[in-house]
Structure formats: structure tokens, C-alpha cells
Design a protein. Structure first.
Length: 201
């Protein structure tokens, strides 16, 4: 019975996918096509990349430094981070709270690994703006660094700009995040660095 219900669920997902996809050919696809069922199973699988992210679950304290220009004086603050593994361990959600330049700060990120594209994906937003930042990245050969490249909005001219982020996993209790944005000449400089330490329960 459970196997039957599982198969029905996969077929339901396939129907949604096919309903949202415009096909340019006249090839008929039967619901019993095992290729599609197996593809959905692989797409749903939780693997070692997801387990890497799920290890971040818990409470953290972050010391962050911000530079508003390449040679500007840095501003330092602290933030608290609450991380939860969500949707069956497929994504890690992080909630940030703190103060930035005497202004209450809050934001969130959702990071996951897309089994189909073999790429890490991230979505981020905070109360310092009204746009959503999107990133795509890959795990470096060291197995401890995720290098992201993404898109954000320049609030001055409303144009989309490229941004970069690097997440370094120092150990199970330490993570360092660095963010880079382009200056007026298009040269990237470090705009933020957060050293996060896990809070021992």
C-alpha cells in the first residue's frame, strides 16, 4: 500500500511538471514511464551535500564587519543566527537578528543543493532593502568552501549587479562568510565578513 501511494505521489509531481512545461514535439509520455519516476526520486533524494548543510542547524553568534567602500573604515557589530534544517533536510534556513549602525537588523537566507543542476542555490533578504538576492554556487575542491555568485539590485540606479559570497566551513562550530560587491569601476571589494560561532547548549 505504501509503495502504491509513493508511486501515486511521484506521478502527481510529474503531472504538475508536465502541466508547467511546454513541449515542442508530439511525443506521448505515459504515466508508467519509469524514467520520469526515477528522475523525480533522484531529484528528491537527500545526499551528502544536503547533510553538509543540515550540520549547521542550531544557534550561532556572529561577529560581523562591514565596509561601505574599498578603503572605508569598518563598522563592527554582532548578530544572532538561528538555523533550522527544513523540508526533510533538503534546505537550511538561517534567521539573523541584531543591530546595524544603530538600526535593528533582521534577515534570512535559504540554502539548498539542487540535485538536477548539481549547484548550490541561495535566496536572501533582509529589512535593509526590499529586494531578494539570489545566488548559485559550487563546493570547492577542499570540500569546505562554497563559492557563490549572485544578483542583487543597486538601490542608486535600480540596475541588477553581480555579487559574490564565500562560505568557509572552518569546523563544526565555526563558519566564516565573506561578501563582495563591485565598486564604481566594477572591481570587487569585500563588503562584509561574518565569523560565526556555534552556541553550546
Amino acid at each position: 500500500m505504501k509503495h502504491y501511494l509513493k508511486k501515486i505521489f511521484y506521478l502527481f509531481l510529474i503531472l504538475i511538471y508536465l502541466g508547467c512545461t511546454t513541449r515542442k514535439d508530439n511525443v506521448d509520455i505515459t504515466l508508467d514511464d519509469k524514467v520520469y519516476v526515477m528522475s523525480w526520486e533522484k531529484y528528491m533524494d537527500v545526499n551528502e551535500k544536503h547533510l553538509l548543510l543540515s550540520k549547521w542547524e542550531g544557534n550561532w553568534i556572529g561577529d560581523f564587519t562591514v565596509w561601505t567602500a574599498p578603503k572605508s573604515k569598518p563598522t563592527k557589530n554582532t548578530t544572532t543566527i538561528k538555523r533550522n534544517s527544513i523540508l526533510g533536510g533538503r534546505f537550511i534556513e538561517s534567521r539573523f537578528t541584531g543591530d546595524f549602525m544603530d538600526t535593528p537588523f533582521e534577515g534570512f537566507t535559504i540554502i539548498g543543493y539542487n540535485n538536477a543542476t548539481k549547484i548550490f542555490e541561495q535566496y536572501a533578504a533582509d529589512n535593509m532593502g526590499t529586494g531578494i538576492m539570489t545566488y548559485k554556487g559550487k563546493l570547492n575542491s577542499d570540500g569546505k568552501t562554497i563559492s557563490f555568485e549572485g544578483k542583487s539590485t543597486d538601490p542608486i540606479n535600480g540596475k541588477v549587479v553581480t555579487i559574490k559570497e564565500m562560505i568557509q566551513i572552518i569546523d563544526n562550530n565555526t563558519i566564516i562568510t565573506e561578501n563582495y560587491v563591485p565598486d564604481t569601476e566594477g572591481v570587487f571589494f569585500k563588503t562584509m565578513r561574518i565569523v560565526m560561532k556555534r552556541v553550546k547548549e
